[in-house]
Design a protein around this ligand. Structure first.
Ligand SMILES: [Zn+2]
Length: 211
């Protein structure tokens, strides 16, 4: 089974993805990380991505789908057809959803969405309180109360883009573009909802129980 993670920023899906990967032995696909990895590779796809990024352009949908296809092929050839994949950060909108679902069907993948549900207000509060390590850039959720980074003892500061205005914009985009995808998948019986407005441990427990 492949798991496609949905959730507003601040819902903690990145943290849960790591638990899920440990528990199921799944491979983890995160769009940003995969883009960075491929762009440093000396392959035709890597060169294409590198030139798009260097030109300062957004990576177009068809290239993102090429990256997903590349990842699925690689995972299946290295492991087996039964190896699960966790997708994080894709699909973000209806257009991506349609091509993404077509691609998974083409590869005969069994899949379900996992929606880490958090209210607008709770997401805003968490993002406003989120901090980042000045030295190693590790992001700490609002629940983390230490004043220094647990990895390098660096100073924890608020991210420049975590101000009220940009947080509101990001949340608006999520509701406008991604929530319709969640609703559509729900209608297709391809979506499991998890209450993300509880402690990290409680979210993990609920996820384990429902998958
Ligand atoms: Zn640090």
């Amino acid at each position: 089974m492949d798991y496609i993670l949905f959730g507003i920023q601040g819902a903690g899906k990145g943290t849960q993805a790591k638990f899920l990967a440990q528990q199921t032995g799944a491979q983890y696909f995160e769009t940003g990380g995969e883009l960075r990895r491929l762009s440093s590779e000396d392959s035709p796809l890597g060169k294409k991505i590198k030139s798009i990024i260097e030109a300062g352009h957004l990576v177009p949908n068809e290239v993102v789908m090429e990256i997903v296809a590349n990842f699925v092929t690689m995972t299946v050839s290295k492991n087996s057809d039964s190896c699960s994949i966790i997708f994080d950060g894709i699909p973000r909108n209806m257009e991506q959803s349609d091509t993404f679902v077509a691609l998974l069907n083409q590869y005969n993948r069994n899949f379900t969405g996992l929606y880490f549900e958090l209210s607008r207000e709770a997401a805003e509060n968490r993002l406003l309180k989120r901090r980042i390590c000045k030295s190693c850039k590790t992001v700490y959720p609002s629940m983390y109360t230490n004043i220094v980074c647990e990895k390098c003892n660096g100073e924890l500061i608020t991210r420049a883009d975590d101000n009220a205005e940009s947080i509101k914009t990001r949340i608006e985009i999520f509701y406008k573009e991604t929530v319709p995808v969640v609703e559509k998948w729900r209608g297709l019986d391809k979506m499991i909802s998890i209450n993300a407005d509880q402690s990290i441990e409680a979210v993990t427990e609920e996820m384990k129980r429902k998958i």
